[in-house]
Write a protein that binds this ligand. Structure first.
Ligand code: SF4
Length: 211
């Protein structure tokens, strides 16, 4: 059992393992750390981990996430990118597509509603739709993943997929990927605002407490 989120010392940050708390995974899972160290010296994983660390330090606190993605892809050598986006963020997707292409990448993009399959196919009832009485296409993360795979993308970027749809995309893709932005319509796609805006959201978070 690992409870890092409740740690008060973060001894790992300074490599001071002796100062770690009793329930620290570094004390109980030594074989996992050995396994990982062995993986990090394998050519492909080691190269990505190294280039990620260098990219992080190069633009630390200066580069936006989009810039970081561009610099990371250049450093690793990913040339052909994929963009799996939500149609609710189609304007943003068009902008991102323009920026990535002008940065010199080949880009394939696929919208979440691709296929146009009605939600009824999943068993969704009329009163379970976002707008009952209207045609609603289901989101189709499996096809997003497969179409990008067939296009031969080397690195995929998720933009605004909902919770669960992103789960399925990640499950069905075999391609390295990252997330540019997640879906949070209530907070301008900035989910952590709920923590920084605690005064306003405290009651709503308290309502999540298990009874
Ligand atoms: S790894 Fe250990 S020291 Fe680091 S945050 Fe987790 S419990 Fe704390």
């Amino acid at each position: 059992m690992s409870q890092c989120a409740e740690c008060r010392v973060f001894a790992c940050r300074l490599g001071k393992i002796d100062g770690a708390p009793d329930d620290c995974p570094m004390r109980s899972e030594a074989d996992v750390y050995e396994w990982a160290k062995n993986e990090y010296v394998q050519p492909e994983t080691g190269s990505v981990a190294y280039k990620c660390a260098v990219t992080e330090s190069k633009g630390f606190s200066q580069w936006t996430r989009l810039e970081e993605i561009v610099h990371f892809c250049r450093r690793v050598g990913f040339q052909h990118l994929g963009l799996a986006f939500c149609v609710g963020l189609r304007k943003e997707a068009a902008e991102v597509s323009k920026i990535l292409k002008s940065a010199g990448f080949e880009l394939d993009s696929v919208a979440c509603k691709t296929g146009g399959i009605p939600k009824e196919y999943l068993g969704v009832k009329e009163d379970q739709k976002v707008h009952p009485g209207n045609y609603e296409a289901m989101c189709n993360p499996l096809c997003q993943a497969k179409i990008l795979e067939r296009a031969g993308t080397e690195f995929n970027i998720l933009l605004g997929l909902c919770v669960g749809h992103d789960t399925l995309f990640i499950k069905y893709t075999n391609t390295p990927m990252t997330v540019l932005a997640v879906k949070d319509r209530a907070l301008g796609h900035n989910p952590l605002a709920v923590l920084y805006g605690n005064y306003y959201f405290a009651q709503r978070m308290a309502a999540l407490k298990k009874k």
